[in-house]
Design a protein around this ligand. Sequence first.
Ligand code: HAM
Length: 439
Amino acid sequence: MSERARGEEAAAGKAVAPGAAAVRGTRDILPPESSRWQWVEGVARRVCERYGYREIRTPIFEAATVFTRGIGEATDIVEKEMYLFRDRAGRELALRPEGTAGVVRAFLEHKLYAGPLPVKLFYLGPMFRYERPQAGRYRQFEQFGVEAFGSADPAIDAEIISLGIAFLEAVGLDRWELRLNSIGCPTCRAAYREMLVTELSPRRQELCRSCEQRLERNPLRILDCKEPGCQLLVEPLPGLESYLCSDCRAHWETVQHYLGELGISYRKYPRLVRGLDYYTRTVFELVGTGLGSQDALLGGGRYDGLVEAMGGPSVPGIGFAAGLDRLLMSLAGGDGLPPAAAATDVYVARAGEVPMGAVLQLAERLRRAGIRTELELAGRSLKAQLKVADRLGARFVVIAGEAEWARGLVTLRRMADGLQEEVARTEVPGRLSELISET
Ligand code: HAM
């Protein structure tokens, strides 16, 4: 670690011993936070099921060319943010910075285009970008994404946007803004790009350093540059909408019409171009409002030329990805999150000289009966054990006390009101199942 990085970590109050802390921009998800992750992933799966999207799992690393060709050489992701490495055989590989390019690679490799279309897929998993870490921005982050291949119909644009909104609402985020734009096809974009270069070249010095380079390589990206100077320059220029060819215009209008039919409100964002090169026509972002965060929680769009550009047949595609780290962070401020689930149903407490082997067996029988069971393993007093059971959210405690145990019995204690009953050891799983299903 460099001295500067060490200083930054120290300033952030982190342990600085090499190897003693997670790498900058990464983090551990500990319980009970991990149960919130399971919950949000479960919501994503259920929403996808309703819309007919099925899970795909692609590798976390791919040949680097999958991304350089897929996302585009002149994008920030490819130029500055990829984790590139060579394996021991000298292959040039990259940790996936996003999901779409890998899914397209899999779609081609397994010839999914030869089956019934559209092919509708979703994924959940970590992505990696060497970005400057800050709140809600990490170097390893989690995305939930969907991709649909084989339909150019504007109806699927509306459907997929609706899926994204259904997901946000299902996790309890009901204040959002849908930002929508069309960036047309390569034909309409060429004319627009030319206009941008003609208008901006004479004022090149007023652009930020990155945009000066973008002017040569990727002028469209100047549109969504956050620098006030650049914004001022592009403000008076016409949006892409007025440059759309007739096919792209018809598509754009029909998407808006269908969104209207679905009762989905949106705001046209003529400067929304998104940071990946594969997009055509519809692009969109969903931004949470009312939570103080203005960052996109979810972004996506159509990519009708990508499958072909990656060596396949001409198959249109559309998709989006949601950043789950950001989403959970914005929910943490609201009341959308479910309470962290209780860690157990039953706590088996042990008091006095009760043989540990037999208590282990009892706990094992409960677990085999499908009951979440924790067992005292630290030799605490009964009072302390009851406290632990309470902290874990156990609804019942099985007290294996020396005297009852000798008579083949244990005590069951209902934590809510302290009510106790004695039960034969052999009857414990059956009686607890009964009690649990009653509450
Ligand atoms: P993206 O806009 O680059 O699009 O990323 C999608 C979402 O991932 C963002 O809206 C954000 O919530 C989250 N995200 C991105 N970078 C970070 C980061 N460093 N830390 C935390 N969260 C982050 C894509 O990745 C496209 N593949 C989406 C897509 C799918 N388009 C078509 N199909």
